[in-house]
Design a protein around this ligand. Structure first.
Ligand code: HEC
Ligand code: HEC
Length: 298
């Protein structure tokens, strides 16, 4: 048990002694061994390269406006765009061969491939992140690989939740909104109104689209008296009925026209998806009539 410790001390002592002896012995008698290790060293540590990293970074050759770009968007935004500006601050051509991303959802593009960036020249690497199905904060990397080293860039998107459509409006807001809509029933799709009445429709179809653009008015907890209850329409409904109301609305009321042709915000595909959803969800006969057979069966 004591032996290892003791021999360690012994060896250390011996080494010190030997080293000491050598130091004192060399200068006088033997030729100095100094030049040999000194000559061998530069091979392993080139003096021109300060950090001894495995993959040389492009930082000493290329100046980047940033290595990380952040974008904040509102929910429903389909894509986020990023642009990195870079300048070749070295005296040699840097050839950038690729810019690969960490996810299929993000695409980075070079002005040309391979991209030869001459000394003193600048240019841009652009990237697009597809935000479909994403929420919160997403960070992806872009690995830029050149003939002289590589560089990791970061792109970050923060998706803010859509302005909650259920958020109660102040009575004053509501009154002035109604006034604007009476003057122009398409006002809901313009200016700040679009935040709650148009933007939530982006990329939506069927039920989610209904909730986003129709539900705001028709399913509101505080549904205004002039807004119809779509679950108790006093007439037979069918695909034509829904399509006409959605596409054209009703002039002289607060019901806007949603088709693009009528100055609305919904594509034909979106309108068709709403019609299918409504036909499947809302009985074609008025609720009052549907009760009759049940009552007589009793
Ligand atoms: C912050 C979101 C938001 C904004 C911005 C907004 N609205 Fe609304 N709007 C609603 C909600 C929610 C309802 C449903 C009623 C409620 O809950 O207060 C509604 C309902 C309506 C109605 C149906 C009548 C009613 O009062 O219920 C009309 C018309 C209307 N808005 C027009 C407008 C116009 C015009 C603008 C722009 C000047 C606008 N809205 C801006 C959220 C918004
Ligand atoms: C800005 C508020 C608003 C929005 C958004 C809205 N509506 Fe309306 N809608 C109304 C109002 C107000 C009426 C009543 C019109 C009238 O006075 O006849 C109405 C009437 C209707 C009617 C006729 C109901 C009946 O009693 O015959 C249908 C159908 C309808 N809306 C469907 C929709 C659908 C589907 C959407 C979504 C694409 C939608 N609305 C979006 C305000 C709105």
């Amino acid at each position: 048990m004591k032996n290892p410790t003791r021999s360690l001390i012994l060896m250390t002592g011996l080494a010190g002694l030997v080293a000491g002896r050598d130091l004192f012995a060399q200068p006088g008698a033997t030729p100095p061994p100094m030049p040999q290790p000194a000559a061998a060293r530069p091979v392993f540590v080139p003096p021109a390269m300060p950090p001894p990293v495995a993959q040389p970074s492009l930082d000493s050759l290329i100046k980047w406006d940033a290595e990380r770009k952040d974008v904040t968007v509102t929910s429903g935004t389909p894509q986020a765009q990023f642009t990195f500006n870079l300048t070749n601050v070295s005296a040699e051509v840097v050839t950038i061969n690729s810019a690969t991303t960490s996810c299929g959802c993000t695409v980075a593009s070079l002005p040309e491939q391979p991209w030869k960036l001459a000394p003193g020249k600048n240019g841009q690497i652009s990237a697009t992140m597809n935000l479909l199905g994403k929420s919160g904060t997403t960070v992806k990397t872009i690995n830029v690989v050149s003939d002289k080293g590589s560089k990791m860039l970061y792109v970050q998107t923060t998706i803010l939740p859509a302005a909650a459509p259920t958020q109660a409006l102040t009575a004053m807001d509501r009154e002035s909104n109604q006034k604007l809509a009476i003057a122009d029933r398409q006002a809901v799709f313009k200016g700040d109104c679009a935040r709650c009445h148009a933007q939530p429709a982006l990329n939506k179809f069927g039920q989610p689209l209904y909730v986003a653009v129709c539900g705001v008015c028709h399913e509101s907890e505080h549904r205004a008296t002039m807004v119809s209850n779509l679950h108790a329409i006093p007439q037979e409904t069918n695909a034509e009925f829904w399509k006409n109301w959605i596409a054209h609305g009703k002039p002289g009321t607060l019901m806007p026209a949603f088709s693009l042709a009528d100055g609305g915000i919904l594509s034909d595909e979106q309108i068709t998806s709403l019609v299918s959803y409504l036909v499947a969800t809302i009985p074609s006969k008025p609720a009052v009539q549907a009760i009759k057979p049940t009552a007589s069966a009793n």
